[in-house]
Structure formats: C-alpha cells, structure tokens
Design a protein around this ligand. Sequence first.
Ligand code: GDP
Ligand code: MG
Length: 424
Amino acid sequence: MANCAIVGINWGDEGKGRMVDLLTERYDVVVRYQGGGNAGHTVVNEFGKFALHLLPSGIFRPDVVNVLGSGVALDLENLWEEIVALRAKGISVTPENLKISERASLLLPWHRELDALEEARLRDKKYGSTKQGIAPFYSDKYQKKTLLAGELRDPERLRTHVRELLEWKNLTLTGVYGAQPCSESALLSWLDEFGGKLRPFLCNTAAELAGAEAAGKSILFEAQLGALRDLDCGIYPYTTSSNAVAAYAPIGAGAPWLKVDSVLGVVKAYSTCVGEGPFPCEMFGPEADALREAGAEYGAKTGRPRRVGPIDLVATRYGVQMQGATELALTKLDVLGYLERIPVCTHYELSGVCTDEFPFPTALAETKPVIEYMNGWHCDLSGVRTWETLPAAAKAYVERIEAAVGCRIGYVSVGAEREAYIRR
Ligand code: GDP
Ligand code: MG
C-alpha cells in the first residue's frame, strides 16, 4: 500500500499530531524521521489529551508499529519520561509497538546544557530555542561527536568512546562558556540508567521497514515543525537544526529507498509562530490577544504564548511547494468563528513592490503584509461534519486558500478531537 508523509506547511503547530492520530487508522507503521523532544504534537482521543514530544503519534493505535528513525535527536531521559507518562494512562508501549533505530544518535545532557548556555550568551539576540539541546545535538551529530544508540549494547567500548567525547566536550564547556566540566561518572550513570531502560527497544529499523514494505504494509512519516523551520528551506537562522520537509522523510527514517507516495500538508486556518524570528503577518494588541485566546495558542512543549496573525498565503504557497504537498488539511477553522471579518495576507510588500514570492530570509524583517478581508461566518463550526453544511462564507474562505496555494484541501478540521473534521 502507499506511503504518506504528514508535514507542516508553516511554522509548526499546525495540528500534525491531530492529523496523524486520525489517519494512523489506515497505516501499519508510523515513523518520526527528524527533530526531538522539542516537538509538541497534541492528540485528543479516547485516552485523554496528550502532548507527544518524541513518540510517534501512532502510539495510541494498538496495531501500529511506531519507529524512531536514525534522523531523530534521541533524548533517552525525555523519551523514558514520556513512555512512563503514557503507560500511567493505560497506553501500552512495548518493544513490539515502539522500535528505536540503533543508528539514532544520542542527545546527551550536555547538549541541553550547551543550548541554555548559548541562549544566555546571546541575550537579546537569541534564536528562541526550546533549550532541549537540539542545535548542539545536530552540530555534534554532523561532527560525528556523539554516540549511536546501538553503542549502548557494548558497555566496554561505550566507556572508551564516552571518555574521548568528554575530553573534547569539556574544552567547550569550560573554555568557551566557563561552565563546570561534565564528569565521566555522571554521564556513565545517566547512560546506564536510561540506556538500560530503552535498550530493549533498539533494533535495526531499516530491516524492520524493509520487512514491512515487503509484507505490503503502509508507512506514515510524521514530521516535526513546518517547512518554514526547515534547516535548508526555512527562515534561517530561525529554523530548527534538521530537515522537516517530506523529501527528507525516507532518509531520516533510515530507509532512504522508501517512496513517499503522497504528502499531506497541514495548514492552520491562521498563522502562529512560537519563538523568535521574522513573522511578517504578525498581529499585536487586542486583536492578537483575541485570536490567541480563541485558538488557545500556547506552546505544547514550553507553554510559551504563540505569536499570531492572519493566514499568510505567500508563506503557505511557499510551504506547499517546499513540501511537495499533494493534499492539504486545513485545521482550526472553528477558531475563526468569532470574527465579523477575517484578515488574509495575500501578498507581501518589499521595498515598495508588491510580491507573492517568499523572500530571502534576511529580507523578511522589512517585509510588510498586504491584508484583505473576507466575510466571517460568525457561528460555531465545531459540530459541522460535512462540506455541504459548512456556511457559505467558510466554504469561500477554504476555496480562497486552496486557489491561492494551488493544492487541494481534502480535510477541514473543526476541533481538536479525533472525529471533529470534514472530509471533502
Ligand atoms: P503540531 O505540533 O503540529 O502537532 O500541533 P500542536 O499540537 O502543537 O498545536 C495544535 C493545537 O491545536 C493543539 O492544541 C490541538 O489540540 C489543537 N487543534 C488541532 N486541530 C484543531 C482544530 O481543528 N480546532 C481546534 N479548535 N483545535 C485544534
Ligand atoms: Mg506543536
């Protein structure tokens, strides 16, 4: 059966977790292929409300095999806490339904420490890191200065490798930041504690995925963040440190031969952005507060208030292109029900010129949004389940976005719960 990637089109928090939870019914395997514990994918289902960080959002479906690919930032401690929290709510997480790539690199405690030290050094110029150690982790991964999960199986050799890394890392901790060095015994006991708990989940996930493919199983790739936070396509340096785009999914899954047959891009009915960086259509004041409250826009991981604005058709079209989206899910349409008229950013103005092209990152700071207003529907959409019964103004809004970004909106989500959506 066909494989699909579910990805974010914008700045993240579009509702990917919600869409993965809904669609996993049709897939046998769900793979996280990049990012780490900085993700916050909210899922509301019969078990309750969850913010998943590292675990794939297929973990709630008993027959789904969940995979953490080699491209993720494997934070053993955070992952273990997440597993414990899920188990406490009755969800089974076992080596049968969770498989961790032995080739995934380990995010170590010093990555989180370095993240915080660097954000502190930057003061008012910071990047808005979630301080989960993601940027220092990926730097080290590409420098080949961290551990692979599979090394946990050989304590003797692990100790030697840890000693080598420690010698090097302490030069940075003490010499660059003037911080305390990391002790070998502390690191080894951390690895022993959390490595011991997670070792049973490690395996050759490439072989697992090859087996699944051969057995005709279907695979869903789950992205973290959105196209505008992708390291190569996004608003650098206010991006994440990995590739969130669908084209990277088979690589980050550790199974680069796999085909991504369709790409479902998740777009929020308005814009939000958490953390720093240029956000051309940002709204301020009471208008912004009202939207933030209506959409409960506070970070799933950090609790930080998200910056908000109208839907940005320029950025969304760019995101659709970068993701190679074949279909879109428009989420949180219900949130806009309070508005008499709905602002839409149709173009950008840059150096006095109106453009619909997404600019080079450094030009974004001077970019001004061109706003048009559409009629609101001014009612509660949360109970609507069919396209036919959607108010005309809401249909017009969906069709306007679809036409502007050049991709079909096949799902309209009107609530956080699994069933609160319209299939067109
Ligand atoms: P993700 O990181 O892309 O998975 O998205 P987040 O979970 O960080 O943010 C999306 C938020 O919107 C979560 O709190 C969801 O429960 C909620 N949500 C998703 N879809 C809808 C929707 O259609 N309507 C409403 N009201 N909330 C939604
Ligand atoms: Mg999120």
